[in-house]
Write a protein that binds this ligand. Structure first.
Ligand SMILES: N[C@@H](CCC(=O)N[C@@H](CS)C(=O)NCC(=O)O)C(=O)O
Length: 211
């Protein structure tokens, strides 16, 4: 089993923190995004979505998309659980993880990929090229501010993003806050609940081991 990885990038970091939390150590294959290796014909044959991370099982099955990869590990090594234990908890983790990805990771990516010089014609992750649109960078910045206030509100009443237990939804939310530093948009001063939660979860050994 191998994980195709590029630890400097935010989405692979989600899986690296997740695996560290679960105590799973697997072989890594480096795919250098700076060199465009995710678009090579060799990698594309395994993962037509041309993104990282990707898990290759011993029988050759290739699983991309973090929710798919984490699902594999939750099923094959349920403890410690990072996806909740009851039906209600599991659904709540999926809900908040998806919200953090859509409204957080994608908001920052919208700013970054539509403004960074090296991303001309690579404004969207995947096999197809798309031009940068400056208006989307502006919109992404607005979306990120709303992400911050929405998640601050959520954490006013909950210890963790999905409730009173730590989960994959916390990992994704933490990665949003760190990814936002790439565009110099730290957690706003008035988001005190989000900041207190961030200070707590960023001290977890699995997070410190995957900066
Ligand atoms: N929806 C994907 C997101 C993966 C993703 O966006 N990965 C980025 C790195 S953070 C990537 O592969 N980028 C390739 C590129 O920029 O062409 C998942 O859940 O795994």
């Amino acid at each position: 089993m191998k994980l195709y990885d590029f630890p400097k990038a935010p989405n692979p970091r989600r899986v690296n923190i997740y695996l560290a939390e679960k105590g799973i150590d697997i072989e890594r294959v480096a795919v250098d995004l700076f060199k465009g290796e995710q678009l090579s014909s060799e990698y594309r044959a395994k993962n037509p979505a041309c993104d990282i991370p990707m898990l290759e099982l011993d029988d050759g099955t290739c699983i991309s998309q973090i929710r798919g990869i984490c699902r594999y590990f939750e099923e094959s090594k349920p403890s410690p659980s990072l996806s909740g234990t009851t039906a209600s908890e599991k659904a709540t983790v999926e809900m908040w993880d998806h919200l953090a990805f859509m409204n957080g990771i994608l908001a920052v990516a919208e700013v970054f990929r539509n403004s960074a010089e090296g991303f001309a014609d690579r404004a969207v992750v995947g096999p197809h090229n798309y031009p940068q649109l400056p208006g989307l960078a502006e919109r992404g910045a607005l979306r990120l501010q709303n992400f911050y206030t929405d998640f601050d509100q959520r954490l006013a009443d909950n210890d963790y993003v999905a409730g009173n237990f730590y989960s994959l939804a916390d990992i994704t939310t933490l990665v949003v806050c760190d990814f936002a530093k790439w565009i110099k948009e730290d957690i706003p001063a008035n988001c005190t609940h989000l900041q207190a939660w961030y200070d707590k979860v960023s001290q977890r050994p699995a997070v410190l081991a995957n900066p």
